[in-house]
Design a protein. Structure first.
Ligand code: SF4
Length: 363
């Protein structure tokens, strides 16, 4: 299949792995930010093609994993409110809140609709005007334009029964927090190609300069990932710390100007709590005042208290690349995809789920 087969070509992948081995003269630690990249790395065994000492650690790029417990609790609370239907992507349904998850809440009578796009939630609002439809807006920069379009469409249609529960998070502020941590041992970064398709990579340039860390915008197929790693290793070996674009077939430096303009018109940056990590300044998005009527947190009286994470779950360390999933005492024992303690074990982009699925119980 064009645009897929050539990026899964075993011969090209082996040649790139050999070039990486020739280039790396010492150990390096590189973080791939996106959970989709983590899954691809384990699925295709890319980590096992790399020379000893070249370590890949996994970043916070799983939006489901970083959605805080109290926000999931608020989503459940909305679904349990008479006259309200919570519309959500399917991957949020099994993520545990502090007491239960959306799927279990639905089995107990809460009203949860699984949708495939924000516009589907708007359509639902049009069909069920006697009910309030709240879309659980989880995701990174990639999904925000679709949510912005949905809100604009709801206003165009004059729908008074549509709102969103905003849970969007932004990669560059999180990366700044992780790289700026005194414990950080990350020497290079693979940035997520799909996020940069929307936002471009200008925001990564000050990060590379401030922390002396090369950043390579990278795709998701095996050849993409190996090329991204090679570019990163070359920079490290040459003492450079720049932003390079491996994913040039989809990403421009300035990103998608129209999508960015729409997002900036409707959303503004706010401090956001990341599950297991804590509050990161300006790392989330909220609707601007002119659009606040579509904010479910303004429309409904919801619980506001903070909730403690289960002490056993070390997902915060996993999401910052400080620990691997198999270093968690609960991994594959008390925490499995069937009975998850933390979000990274149940999300389709979670690092713990990837290690479990591809049998990396000990590496
Ligand atoms: S294995 Fe489970 S408990 Fe451990 S960090 Fe991952 S999600 Fe949390």
């Amino acid at each position: 299949m064009k645009h897929l087969d050539e990026y899964r070509d075993a011969g090209r992948a082996r040649a790139l792995a050999a070039e990486i081995a020739r280039t790396a003269t010492r150990p390096w630690r590189i973080m791939e930010i996106c959970g989709g990249q983590t899954h691809a790395i384990l699925r295709f065994g890319i980590d096992q093609l790399l020379p000893p000492g070249l370590e890949l650690v996994h970043g916070p790029g799983c939006p489901v994993c970083v959605t805080p417990l109290e926000l999931i609790d608020r989503a459940i609370e909305l679904a349990q409110t008479p006259g309200v239907v919570l519309a959500s992507f399917g991957d949020m349904l099994r993520v545990p809140g502090s007491k239960t998850d959306l799927l279990a809440a639905r089995a107990a009578g809460a009203r949860v609709a699984m949708v495939y796009s924000p516009l589907e939630a708007v359509r639902l609002a049009g069909e069920k005007q006697d009910q309030q439809i709240v879309f659980f807006a989880v995701g990174f920069e990639t999904t925000v334009p679709g949510v912005a379009l949905a809100v604009r469409e709801a206003r165009r249609l004059g729908l008074q029964n549509f709102s969103i529960l905003p849970a969007h998070v932004l990669v560059p502020p999180a990366l700044r927090a992780i790289l700026g941590s005194p414990q950080s041992r990350i020497q290079g970064v693979l940035a997520a190609g799909h996020v940069c398709t929307v936002e471009g990579y200008e925001d990564y340039e000050p990060l590379a300069a401030d922390f002396g860390v090369p950043v390579v915008v990278t795709g998701f197929e095996p050849v993409d990932l190996l090329q991204g790693i090679l570019l990163c290793v070359r920079q490290l070996e040459q003492g450079r710390a720049e932003v390079e674009n491996q994913y040039a077939r989809a990403v421009r430096r300035e990103g998608n100007r129209e999508a960015k303009a729409l997002v900036r018109e409707m959303f503004e940056p706010v401090d956001r709590k990341w599950r297991g990590i804590g509050v990161i300044p300006s790392s989330g998005l909220a609707l601007r005042p002119a659009w606040r009527e579509f904010d479910a947190e303004a429309r409904f009286a919801l619980s506001t208290g903070a909730v403690e994470e289960p002490s056993e779950c070390i997902s915060g360390l996993v999401l910052q690349g400080a620990k691997k999933p198999y270093e968690c005492a609960a991994f594959a024992t008390r925490c499995t995809p069937e009975r998850p303690l933390g979000a990274p074990m149940v999300s389709s982009e979670g690092a713990c789920a990837a290690y479990y699925r591809y049998g990396r119980h000990h590496v």
